[in-house]
Design a binder for this molecule. Structure first.
Ligand SMILES: [Zn+2]
Length: 754
């Protein structure tokens, strides 16, 4: 084909404009236009993604996530399959306005030929698909997956309420609602209440009753400390002893760290023969149950967990990703809320679930008080978060009582907590590694990782324990459960004698008790002389660094379940002390047996209320009892450079002193007989027993009490509290002494019994 001059110039003009065109021989293909179009597609997809996320966050989340997924998949598909077809159409369109001439034919045919070769049978096609489209599709699919899982874990997707629970032909027409405010310290709560800053809770207390001091479980830690509140039973007989423990009953997977992937083993390993509030509801055919944000929820018909959303609110002050997510316009506050937004939103979602159909029990946890204490300390923000939770509770109570969506005839509300809180002085170096105390003496101490990164829990004790002498299960992070490899190996307990002169290869014997007690920041150390005889010592120190080590308190469990106490003089650095380690009145150290109830009453005004009972319970658990418990002074913890993201806690719990153990409780509405009452003290088990009584209604209080039948299933004959219960089951009084170490009693303002 020959071109005249004007045709030739037109041809070259066209070549300039359509740089992709070549005749297949002279110059290599340069797909400028394709790149441009590809980048258009990318931009379009990004826009689509942003729009979808905004849509998901703003409107109905569940359907939006399906929509996002579908849109992204369609986009990916069109890029790989529809794209080439569009390219061909583009080619036809762009050449259709060229004059009918030999040149037009030339251009037309060249372009068609090239496109067809490129997409359908040329080697270029392969490259196009594998490198760009396939890679992009993978990225898009990954993004879709991330968005969907983010949506799921954030609690955007509310749980389904099973039809069979909604269709219960005979639902109970009353509603028991339990608000658990995580880490609510009794004294701060009382200050806020007195100052009038908690109007909603005050209204509940005015129309009901309030318990000033509820003794939390020890170790005072989330999840584990829910057990007595949900069952009415002492937490030490729950199958757990805190959240990081060493289980001597096993030969593999003894180290039980229930954070991270290891959390899957937490709920299933609680005592199966003790029913939770949810299971009791089901057993008595009282209707269905709903649990919100609870670490322990066994038997609940519907559970709702906020997941990542809560995590982001906790880490807002410590983690760049949470901060970054929050900066995203429009949706940032939804993906990464602050404490206030998080709690308010969660309560609103719980209300929607309740409105769907008359649950009998609603158990909802407000985690932000504990989260703010860990992240920032017990400071002004802690107070503000507490007030925001009060507002949320008020909103919930009003909404549920005035809603027309259900036919409740009566309501009972309870506000409870799982443990207190204490500050850690980060700038003053308050975060400590308790291992250092032992390592300096040549004892191979180990506290493990803050999270169990494998859920397998299968490492044989031979390999796990081969390079360690001492394990520290950090709890909350203000206390440590210390397990020592005895001269008989890991599976035997180590008592006082051996702890005082611990053999270390190539070195002098180490007094592990003294080592722990002398270590800075340690407040209390307790251990066993033999099973059922617990020794406790405490340390006080002033700002000059002078330390004062107390005498030794000897706590003795009697065979009838009562507990006696004496103080043994101890000398330290040339001076001897007869100071009671727990700050109790001298007359209490008379060695006379007292019941758990008497100890509860007589130790209320001390720095370690009820500690005598909590220590005996903790240090007599078969298989799980630590050889030493060590707790931190105010201002200290044992989690130095250890926790993920936050690294060092500004506050925490886990200990046994007043700040850690005391929490408040409020009961209001149907079933509460004494209104306006203030009860001075109770135990967490009593709170659980009270909830069971409120649930089961106007039954005789004995029937409503949680059953101790589970003791019959327990095979551990070396449980001396269980033995005391069994041995005294037929004697007057004796049975109840041991019972009080295992189970709570409904609080007087609920039963009306004084
Ligand atoms: Zn907690």
């Amino acid at each position: 084909m020959r071109l005249n001059a004007s045709e030739a110039s037109k041809f070259w003009e066209l070549r300039r404009r359509h740089a992709t065109i070549d005749d297949g021989a002279t110059t290599p293909s340069q797909p400028v236009l394709e790149y441009r179009r590809k980048s258009h597609v990318v931009l379009l997809l990004m826009l689509l993604l942003l729009l979808s996320i905004t849509f998901a966050a703003t409107f109905n989340a569940r359907y939006s996530i399906v929509v996002i997924g579908t849109l992204l998949l369609v986009a990916a598909a069109s890029f790989t399959i529809v794209g080439p077809v569009l390219e061909l159409l583009w080619c036809v369109w762009s050449t259709s306005n060229i004059d009918d001439s030999p040149l037009q034919k030339q251009v037309y045919l060249t372009r068609w030929d090239q496109k067809l070769r490129r997409y359908f049978w040329n080697g270029d096609r392969k490259r196009y698909f594998s490198k760009t489209a396939l890679g992009f599709t993978i990225v898009v699919l990954l993004l879709t997956y991330i968005i969907i899982s983010l949506g799921k874990s954030q609690g955007y997707i509310p749980p389904e309420i099973p039809i069979h629970v909604l269709n219960d032909p005979n639902p109970d027409q009353s509603l028991l609602t339990v608000f658990l405010i995580d880490g609510l310290r009794a004294d701060i709560f009382e200050d806020e209440l007195t100052a009038g800053n908690l109007p909603a809770i005050q209204a509940l207390a005015t129309n009901g009753c309030r318990v000033r001091s509820v003794m939390s479980s020890f170790p005072s830690i989330t999840g584990y400390a829910y057990w007595p509140l949900l069952t009415g039973m002492d937490a030490t007989r729950s199958g757990h002893l805190g959240t990081r423990t060493f289980d001597r009953r096993l030969t593999a997977g003894n180290w039980r760290n229930h954070y991270g992937p290891g959390s899957v083993h937490f709920e299933p390993t609680f005592e199966p023969n003790v029913p939770t509030l949810f299971e009791v509801t089901a057993a008595h055919r009282k209707g269905w149950t709903l649990s919100g944000n609870s670490m322990l929820k066994r038997g609940a018909n519907v559970t709702y967990v906020a997941g990542l959303e809560q995590y982001f609110s906790k880490l807002m002050h410590a983690w760049w990703l949470a901060k970054l997510l929050r900066m995203i316009p429009v949706i940032g506050w939804r993906v990464a809320p602050n404490f206030y937004e998080f709690e308010t939103r969660f309560v609103r979602r719980m209300l929607k679930l309740v409105d769907q159909g008359q649950p009998r029990v609603v158990w909802t946890v407000f985690p932000s008080t504990d989260n703010v204490a860990h992240a920032l300390g017990v400071n002004e923000e802690y107070h503000l978060v507490l007030r925001a939770i009060d507002t949320a509770i008020g909103h919930y109570v009003d909404a549920v009582q005035s809603s027309n969506a259900h036919s409740y005839k009566s309501f009972t509300f309870a506000v409870i907590s799982d443990h207190g809180e204490a500050n850690v002085d980060i700038p003053a170096g308050g975060n400590l590694d308790l291992c250092e105390a032992f390592l300096s003496k040549g004892v191979r101490a180990w506290r493990g990782d803050a999270k169990a990164w494998s859920a397998k829990f299968d490492e044989p004790i031979e390999t796990f324990g081969a390079d360690k002498d001492l394990l520290i299960g950090i709890q909350g992070d203000a206390s440590g459960s210390v397990y020592v490899k005895s001269s008989h190996g890991w599976l035997n307990r180590t008592y006082e004698d051996e702890l005082q002169s611990y053999k270390v290869t190539g070195r002098d014997d180490v007094d592990l008790l003294q080592t722990a007690l002398e270590y800075q920041g340690v407040e209390l150390v307790a251990w066993s002389r033999e099973n059922g005889v617990v020794i406790v010592q405490t340390k006080t120190s002033n700002t000059r660094g002078d330390i004062d080590i107390s005498a030794a308190g000897v706590i003795h469990l009697e065979s009838d379940g009562r507990i006696s106490y004496t103080v043994e003089e101890r000398s330290y650095a040339g001076t001897s002390s007869s100071r009671c380690p727990l700050g109790y009145e001298p007359n209490l150290a008379d060695g006379k047996p007292r019941s758990a109830r008497e100890w509860l009453k007589s130790t209320q005004q001390t720095p370690f209320p009820y500690a005598i009972v909590r220590l005996i319970q903790c240090l007599t658990v078969p298989g799980l009892a630590p050889d030493m418990v060590v707790t931190a002074q105010d201002g200290f913890d044992f989690g130095k450079d250890w926790e993920y993201f936050i690294r060092n806690f500004a506050g925490g719990h886990g200990g046994i002193s007043s700040a850690h153990l005391r929490t408040p409780a409020i009961f209001s509405g149907k079933g509460v007989v004494a209104t306006g009452d203030v009860v001075e003290f109770a135990t967490a088990e009593d709170v659980g027993a009270s909830l069971h009584t409120l649930l089961l209604g106007p039954l005789d209080s004995d029937d409503a009490l949680p059953s101790l039948q589970f003791m019959e299933y327990r095979k551990d004959d070396d449980d001396i509290i269980a033995a005391a219960y069994r041995a005294n089951a037929n004697t007057t009084g004796g049975e109840s002494y041991a019972q009080d170490l295992l189970r709570g009693t409904p609080i007087s303002c609920i039963t009306g019994h004084g």
